[in-house]
Design a protein around this ligand. Structure first.
Ligand code: NAP
Length: 563
């Protein structure tokens, strides 16, 4: 085992302990070379770096931002916060981390979440092996030596035996192509590219386009101080109360004493949350019993109303209708104007069949004098003007426009990088008709490449860090074995990939998600050709996914072919 600290050819310091494949320090080498290159320094990339060091493989992270944090670095809009209970979101791998970090709120806000990830990075000196402001443009597999060559926009290049993508699924923001966008004379930005300097709404006329989970969080904050807030809604979403609250020190001490149980509970729950479905079916209990659970969950913190509900509400349309009616009634009770309430109630999908935005007074915002809802189905946006937004009936003047228009989800981050595998084949080309993967972690024809939180992976429908830890640990154990067996190339068998892809589709078909257009289904109305439903996520549940991954590992990594 060698320990070293040096300065690589590009001038940033590198320190690591490398057992298998030390970074090549020869100054005469044109391109530095590592055991692993990780793309992204968010929750998954940071842990992959930590684990790479633990298994003794040299690793470098390439991160496009100026700091660690991923999602929590980019999404700085006011109101951004966890929908997961904070204490179930933090990493579980380090006792020291669990001991020293106190969560302040049940659903922690973005500034604290970013501080937490910075703390993790500092705690383990991770940034020493992270190259910031590094936008990866191209990754090419060199068949002559079984290495990836990774290209960064600024001209930097690096080679590695294994390439691990930790690029997230909601990291490529999408602003629709409205006519005249550049003409607007005030500031305008996407929520995921929020300025680092403070943005105030006080006394301003603000336009927000979109009503997804992001917009719902932001709107509640803008409504507090803006002179006029106008919300442009194309489709309403079913939202549910978050019920956030502070965590006092005595409660934090209690949580700390229960961490083992909390993480065990997450591991055994369908989607890695502390919530798991009620074993009863909505249609087998009396209407009073049904209503009682709905009321209890609506009054309880977090995602319980969505994923801790009767076991049939996300698979049976009739059962789902009982919950949908209940939530619709709640909206009617909370919005004073009955006509406005109806506009906020979705009619094209049932509750929970798309991602449920969590709210803290969202519906009450619409009772405020300074808030206006524009239904884009009645008066579509025609263009952005120098002064605001021109709809088919009138112009709305603004001081600030916010695009809360979502992401090119799942595929966007992968399509932003030119991945070239065997025979120069591109990943974008291979996945043109939808992703094909093995375990959502690898894809045939792209050897030595692992996709953390990739398509078809349980992480995409999960309390992310819980699934991320599973992904990273599985991949790291595999890489360690490959290094110790001196295996230079690992690829996926096409048959294994076909079977997994079919399994992903089968497990989705029984869920109501698959009957509705959403980013879960790869549908994006802003992108030409993205209107066919193809399931992007693995919805067989975390316990089943973990079991299947472990089974593959036990069976000598069945489905992978090595050379
Ligand atoms: P989103 O759910 O895709 O919502 C985008 C919104 O913009 C939708 O209301 C969409 O309307 C609207 N929109 C898009 N293009 C438009 C156009 N051309 N004209 C008018 N409206 C347009 O994106 P998001 O709200 O950013 O959320 C994405 C995901 O991020 C969520 O599903 C969630 O998984 C994650 N998220 C998580 C948290 C958290 O954990 N705390 C918070 C926020 C977001 P249509 O529906 O009609 O397309």
């Amino acid at each position: 085992m060698t320990a070293s600290t040096n300065t690589a050819t590009s001038g940033w310091p590198v320190s690591r302990v490398a057992k298998f494949d030390a970074m090549k320090e020869d100054e005469s080498l044109e391109i530095p070379s590592y055991g692993i290159v990780i793309i992204g320094a968010g929750v998954s990339g940071l842990y992959q770096l930590y684990k790479s060091r633990e298994i003794g493989v040299s690793a470098l992270v390439l991160e496009s931002g100026t700091d660690v944090g991923g999602t929590w670095y980019w999404n700085r809009y006011p109101g951004a916060r966890f929908d997961s209970e904070s204490y179930s979101y933090g990493y579980s791998f380090s006792q020291e981390l669990l001991d020293e970090w106190d969560w302040q709120e049940r659903f922690s806000a973005q500034p604290e979440n970013l501080r937490y990830l910075q703390h993790v990075s500092n705690r383990f000196s991770l940034s020493e092996d992270i190259r910031f402001e590094s936008i990866v443009t191209e990754c090419i597999f060199d068949e002559t030596c079984d290495e990836w060559e990774v290209h960064v926009e600024d001209g930097f290049r690096v080679r590695c035996r294994f390439l691990v993508t930790a690029i997230g699924i909601l990291s490529k923001p999408l602003i629709p192509d409205f006519e005249g966008m550049d003409d607007f004379k005030g500031p305008s930005f996407h929520t995921a590219r929020w300025p680092h300097d403070e943005v105030t709404f006080e006394g301003k006329r603000v336009g927000v386009i979109g009503t997804g989970a992001t917009a719902v969080q932001l709107i509640q904050e803008v409504a507090k101080t803006s002179k006029q807030l106008t919300i442009f809604q194309r489709s309403p979403n079913w939202c549910a109360p978050l019920h956030n609250s502070p965590i006092e020190s005595t409660e934090m001490a209690d949580i700390r004493s229960r961490y083992d149980d909390i993480f065990e509970r997450c591991r055994n729950s369908f989607s890695g949350f502390i919530h798991d479905s009620d074993r009863r079916r909505a249609l087998e209990v009396s209407p009073e019993e049904r209503e009682a659970l709905y009321e209890e969950l609506y009054a309880s913190p977090g995602f319980g109303i969505w994923i801790g509900n009767f076991r049939d509400v996300l698979v049976d349309e009739q059962a789902n209708a009982t919950l949908t009616d209940f939530i619709a009634q709640k909206i009617r009770e909370r919005v004073a104007d009955p006509k406005l309430a109806e506009k906020l109630i979705p009619t094209d999908h049932g509750f929970g069949t798309r991602r449920v935005p969590m709210e803290s007074g969202y519906y009450e915002v619409y009772n405020q004098e300074n808030v206006l809802l524009v239904d884009l189905n009645e008066t579509p946006i025609e263009k952005i003007t120098t002064d605001g937004i021109q709809c088919s009936d009138r112009e709305h003047p603004f001081d600030l426009i916010v695009y809360a228009t979502g992401f090119d989800a799942v595929m966007g981050p992968f399509n932003s990088i030119n991945f070239r595998g065997l025979n120069g084949r591109t990943l974008a080309g291979k996945w043109e008709a939808g992703p094909r993967t093995y375990l959502g972690l690898a894809t045939a024809g792209f050897p030595n490449m692992f996709t953390l939180v990739g398509p078809h992976n349980a992480s995409t429908f999960c309390n992310m860090p819980r699934c991320i830890e599973q992904n990273v640990e599985w991949v790291s154990t595999f890489i360690e074995q490959l290094f110790s067996s001196d295996i230079r190339r690992v690829d996926v068998e096409f048959e294994a990939e076909d079977d997994w892809t079919e399994h992903v589709h089968e497990s989705a078909e029984r869920m109501l998600f698959s009957k509705v257009d959403s980013w879960f289904m790869g549908v994006n109305k802003n992108i030409a050709g993205r209107d066919a439903r193809t399931f992007m996520l693995y919805v067989g549940g975390l316990p089943r996914y973990t079991e299947l991954c472990d089974e593959v590992a036990r069976d000598s990594y069945r489905g992978f072919v090595t050379s």
